[in-house]
Design a protein around this ligand. Structure first.
Ligand SMILES: [Zn+2]
Ligand SMILES: [Zn+2]
Ligand SMILES: [Zn+2]
Length: 961
């Protein structure tokens, strides 16, 4: 307590002092002005705290009142200081009381929000910040004007204002802990096994949007059930507030029933997207095709066939087959010949007659000849053999037998440049050699050039040159041409594409403008437009059919439901929306979910899925809706269920590592309940074919498995699986096993003790399939990911993770897929020798030196015929190499010999005339003859030698091969 007043000195008046003295009396703070009038001053009413300044032994005390400032300036320090503190203490005291009330009210609101979602928090916190604008800052501790309790209140209040995020986190973690304890029994008993901590957390955490990443077998259904039960039990929701969306009717129904049976919760709405759409639109009349893919396909098929009788459509269709069957790329734009060949193979560049040509220009030339009714041979041997030790036989591109005319297409531009991967000089030498050869043998040659193709003149010029050479054309009538194409299967294949396009077009919900823009931005717009023009009449018939019957299909229904919800035409009664198998969601469905959630201001969204198992792009599912969840929906809490109860650690080691090779997959660290002490993924690589393989694998499984074990046989494509009869046979032979077959896609969501995956081969129907899809289809579907084979990689992951105990990966006769190659090359935790002698030990094929992209593959021939290596890109790449006759290794050339590169002693001598191999012939009088010897035929090589010494370090050959 202070005693005595603080007085201004006289001159202070001129220094701005308005107050002669200030004093604290029993009834409060009193100020006396220069006229001697005293008045009471209320500290609580001051908008600003009192201020004390000092200089040279003079103190200046300023009080800000609503009416203006009071200032006393006087000698001395102690008195002014005491007075100042006293006023300050009083000034703070009243304010801290008010702040305490504000904070209490605020915290009450936070608590009422339970987890306190971002949207709730944002508005609560904004209010608090608004109020805090009138709060004083925390006074320095040394002033001692606040009691410890007051200080604490002020610190706490400011901390909620200034470190809001940290406080929110602290609150949430407190809330979560509390809920864990309070609802422990519920989480312990809702399923036969108590929920894991992560599962419980996923039930409790309630951001505006919640994404639960649930690895395969991590109990996502249990978690969803736990979530519903928690919301109801904790009083946050009535059952009627909850909507549970699932993909399958059964999944939705099962979840609802289990909730009723296990926790007695009745009245939640469990629905599929389709039945929700129906409800929203008041039970619209659906086309029978909605539920029946085959019926829709049939419709498209019939429409397509019917349209082919329309001359206009037929013309456009033929134009398409001639010019747009595959996307035309400039051959100069590839990095290597092999890359070009891979492109041709993946786009299945074939002539209309089915020849696998080795360039796009050749394809167009062949199709032109075909259309013009000119008979041709593709790459026949030139009429005179030109084979020498250094040169293969000459095969011109085309030969027209009726006119004895050859055609060569040369890959040079106007300046004579070749594609970057072709040796320009050698190429020109070859051109000169060919021209000279034709001259020498007086054969007629017509030439076309790369630049003519680039300038759009290839076919007109070819036609002109052919006409000049006396070729008569006999163009096939459109109908005849189409008939031939039907025979070759081209039409059927295109019909299948049209069905996929129709599905994609419908699922994409594209405004016309959007599609135009996408087509313009994409490569190959011409090809896309040509396909779209053929699709639209079919689409129109389909829509007309629906409209005529006053029906809609599922795609229309979802789109309509989205519009209705987005425009506020549907009042969704659900505050909590839960979505199962979220990774399969398509953009229209995600928009529907978003609109539903928005229609209730205090609602939250809970999506459970696994981005590692997103495998339905072809049906419109868009993985970006998972990987960029928050961008689409707003504030999101992501949690992960990472303990799997299905498979063991050894399967996990392979599957998780494999799927995470794609850096775009969300990172998860999956733990397994079961541990194994040896690899649980077994690779069986064999020369047997798929059908012969199965008994071997099933015998192995029978030996290991408990009776009644379930075995799934999986494949990328249905037709690779054993058919019904074969399955029955197998089941009868292994009565202890329950054997089922599935495509990998349909196996999703299921599990078996043992999994056998067939078809792990390279090629069009491999896993991954090496086949490019149509650019228009690509444009209609959600964008393809940048990582190569991203979705197929996930599909392989799905296959692996169906197994509880063991996976058998079968690679039967043929080239192993790139996925299998990766498992081997990168030494995944895979068992390689389970099948003993039946196993073919895979040896990585050396790269093809000719095209650089292919790989050399051994073809073993028996009965004394030479084994050789051929390029995996054959027939386009024609490179071959002789294999060592003794050990079948590659060979190196030394002088006239080929010598085993492994130096096993094997060797081959080459003919100095034709380059053929020299072989010992004759039994009485052995001699060496050339393999190019063909009795009396043209191009035969009659070179003979009495004896040939073995090359240095190699043994002689005595035996006749
Ligand atoms: Zn090659
Ligand atoms: Zn050898
Ligand atoms: Zn020869």
């Amino acid at each position: 307590m202070i005693h005595g007043a603080f007085r201004s000195f006289r001159l202070a008046k001129w220094l701005g002092s308005t107050c002669a003295s200030l004093d604290i009396a029993s009834n409060g703070l009193m100020a006396v002005d220069w006229t001697g009038r005293s008045s009471k001053v209320l500290a609580t009413g001051m908008p600003k705290p009192p201020q004390l300044n000092r200089w040279l032994g003079i103190s200046c005390l300023t009080l800000t009142l609503p009416s203006g400032q009071l200032r006393a300036i006087g000698w001395g320090i102690k008195r002014a200081d005491d007075l100042w503190r006293e006023v300050l203490r009083e000034w703070y005291g009243s304010r801290v009381l008010a702040i305490a009330d504000t904070l209490d009210a605020f915290l009450k609101r936070v608590r009422a929000c339970h987890y306190c979602r971002r949207s709730q928090w944002t508005s609560l916190h904004a209010d608090l910040i608004e109020q805090s604008k009138h709060w004083p800052a925390l006074p320095p501790r040394g002033l001692g004007v606040l009691s410890a309790a007051e200080r604490k209140i002020l610190i706490r209040a400011w901390s909620w204002v200034q470190n809001g995020e940290r406080c929110l986190r602290r609150w949430r973690s407190h809330y979560v802990k509390l809920s864990l304890v309070e609802h422990a029994e519920l989480f312990d008993t809702i399923e036969s096994m108590p929920l894991t901590l992560n599962q419980r957390l996923a039930c409790i955490v309630d951001e505006d949007n919640n994404l639960v990443l649930a690895g395969a077998g991590t109990g996502k259904t249990s978690t969803t059930m736990g979530r519903v039960a928690f919301l109801v039990r904790s009083g946050q929701a009535q059952p009627e507030d909850i909507l549970l969306l699932a993909y399958g009717k059964d999944a939705a129904e099962e979840m609802r029933e289990r909730l009723e049976a296990r926790v007695g919760i009745k009245g939640i709405k469990a629905s599929t997207f389709h039945s929700l759409g129906k409800d929203m639109l008041g039970q619209p009349s659906l086309t029978p095709m909605a539920d029946d893919d085959a019926a829709r396909k049939r419709f498209a098929q019939v429409a397509f066939e019917d349209l082919q009788t329309d001359p206009d459509y037929r013309k456009r269709l033929l134009q398409y087959f001639e010019s747009y069957l595959f996307p035309i790329k400039n051959p100069f734009d590839f990095a290597s010949l092999g890359e070009y060949f891979v492109y041709l193979a993946e786009h299945e560049v074939r002539t209309l007659k089915g020849e696998r040509v080795k360039s796009m220009a050749e394809c167009r030339i062949a199709n032109f000849l075909f259309k013009m009714g000119v008979e041709y041979q593709y790459e026949p041997r030139y009429k005179v053999s030109t084979r020498t030790a250094k040169r293969r036989d000459y095969h011109p591109d085309f030969y027209l037998p009726a006119f004895e005319l050859y055609i060569e297409h040369f890959g040079t531009d106007r300046q004579g440049n070749t594609a970057p991967y072709i040796d320009r000089k050698a190429y020109h030498q070859a051109i000169a050699w060919k021209r000279a050869l034709h001259k020498q043998h007086q054969t007629r040659l017509i030439e076309t050039f790369h630049f003519e193709q680039q300038e759009g003149q290839l076919l007109p010029l070819l036609e002109k040159r052919l006409a000049e050479a006396g070729v008569t054309f006999n163009p096939l009538p459109d109908e005849a041409m189409l008939e031939t194409l039907r025979e070759f299967g081209v039409v059927t294949e295109f019909a299948e594409l049209l069905e996929k396009l129709l599905t994609g077009y419908k699922a994409a919900d594209l405004a016309k403008v959007d599609l135009e823009a996408r087509i313009n931005a994409a490569p190959f717009p011409d090809q896309m437009r040509a396909a779209l023009e053929l699709l639209m009449p079919i689409y129109k018939r389909y829509q007309d059919d629906l409209e005529g019957k006053d029906q809609i299909d599922f795609d229309d229904m979802i789109v309509k439901a989205v519009r209705l919800a987005e425009q506020g035409g549907f009042n969704a009664p659900w505050r909590f929306v839960l979505v199962d198998e979220y990774q399969d969601i398509s953009e229209p469905r995600a928009r529907l979910v978003k609109a539903l959630r928005r229609s209730q201001p205090d609602g939250s969204l809970f999506c459970v899925g696994d981005d590692w198992q997103s495998i339905y792009r072809f049906a419109g599912s868009d993985i970006r809706l998972t990987s960029q969840f928050e961008t689409f929906f707003g504030a999101t809490a992501i949690s992960a269920l990472d303990k799997t109860f299905r498979f063991n650690d050894r399967i996990n080691a392979v599957a998780s590592r494999f799927v995470m090779r794609n850096p775009a997959q969300l990172k998860k660290d999956i733990h397994t309940h079961t541990l194994e002490d040896s690899p649980a993924v077994s690779l069986f690589r064999t020369e047997l074919d798929d059908d012969e393989v199965l008994p071997h694998v099933l015998t192995r499984i029978s030996a290991r498995a408990k009776p009644g074990s379930v075995v799934y046989i999986l494949a990328r494509f249905n037709f690779l699986l054993p058919d019904k009869a074969r399955l029955k046979q197998l089941s009868d032979s292994y009565p202890g096993l329950t054997i089922k077959t599935y495509s990998i896609h349909t196996s999703k969501g299921q599990e078996a003790d043992y999994i056998v995956v067939l078809g792990n081969k390279a090629g069009k129907f491999g896993l991954p399939p090496q086949k490019a899809s149509h650019p228009l289809l690509e444009t209609l579907l959600p964008p393809r990911e940048t990582f190569a084979h991203a979705e197929e990689r996930r599909l392989f992951y799905v296959a692996l993770t169906r197994a509880k105990r063991r996976v058998y990966l079968v690679v039967s006769k043929g080239k192993a897929s790139s996925f299998i190659k990766e498992l081997l090359d990168e030494k995944y935790d895979v068992e390689l020798n389970e099948f003993g002698a039946l196993v073919v030990v895979p040896e990585p094929g050396p790269a093809c030196p000719a095209c650089e992209a292919g790989e050399l593959m051994l073809r073993i021939r028996k009965n004394g015929k030479e084994s050789f290596y051929f390029c995996s890109l054959s027939p386009r790449c024609k490179h071959t190499e002789t294999a060592c006759p003794d050990c079948q290794s590659l060979m190196r050339r030394e002088g006239r010999y080929l010598i085993c590169s492994k130096d096993c002693g094997g060797w081959v001598a080459l003919c100095p005339v034709s380059g053929g191999r020299m072989m010992q012939r004759g039994t009485d009088k052995p001699f060496w003859g050339c393999t190019d010897y063909r009795n009396g035929q043209e191009g035969s090589c009659g070179h003979m030698e009495k004896s040939i010494a073995p090359p240095k370090g190699c043994r002689g050959r005595t035996r006749v091969q």
